[in-house]
Ligand binder design. Sequence first.
Ligand SMILES: NC(=O)c1ccc[n+]([C@@H]2O[C@H](COP(=O)([O-])OP(=O)(O)OC[C@H]3O[C@@H](n4cnc5c(N)ncnc54)[C@H](O)[C@@H]3O)[C@@H](O)[C@H]2O)c1
Length: 176
Amino acid sequence: MKNIFFKDKKVFITGAASGIGKATAVAMGALGCRLFLTDINEQGLLKTAAEIQEKGGKVCAAEAFDVSDYPMMKHFASDVQERHGAMDILVNVAGIALFSQIEDMKHGDWERVINVNLWGVIHALECFVPEMIRARRGGHIVNVSSTAGLIGLPWHAAYAASKHAVVGLSEVLRMI
Ligand SMILES: NC(=O)c1ccc[n+]([C@@H]2O[C@H](COP(=O)([O-])OP(=O)(O)OC[C@H]3O[C@@H](n4cnc5c(N)ncnc54)[C@H](O)[C@@H]3O)[C@@H](O)[C@H]2O)c1
């Protein structure tokens, strides 16, 4: 299926090696988007890219890195924006879950969940949105949160904190 709105749109997707991120990448590839994909799982990412290309989809970049690593995000974003210009659509999917009683959680558990689920989203926004605004073509940002970003659930303290923050951040972005 080809769609006039999506055809040739430049789309950055995190978490593209599996689950929702992979399904989104495959679907947007089938709609004719030009894809810029990442995930921390290099093997899975390359498999997604190969699957999309086998079906005729356009993968302009597929590079593995940790979204919580700001210099890596910045390097990737600068490189692709220099070669391809501003993105049209950002899809922040990469995330990790942690279900634990608060008294069992280590400091590193809190840090890891917040770094990936919240800072990972912030890094993508910091590195891609200013260029999208400068390009003045409009655009779309999809930040994947969770039910745990809307209501508190048992054993979800760090996950809920990160996902509530993503909802708040996304509500503010509706105003730009
Ligand atoms: N599956 C669900 O039921 C569900 C429910 C609510 C919200 N979510 C959210 O949806 C998103 C995707 O979940 P999913 O179910 O597809 O999970 P998934 O584990 O299949 O996919 C997540 C992807 O993110 C990648 N990833 C993890 N840490 C990363 C990092 N530091 N840098 C780059 N990539 C990283 C993983 O390698 C993986 O490919 C997550 O943000 C999750 O919190 C999922």
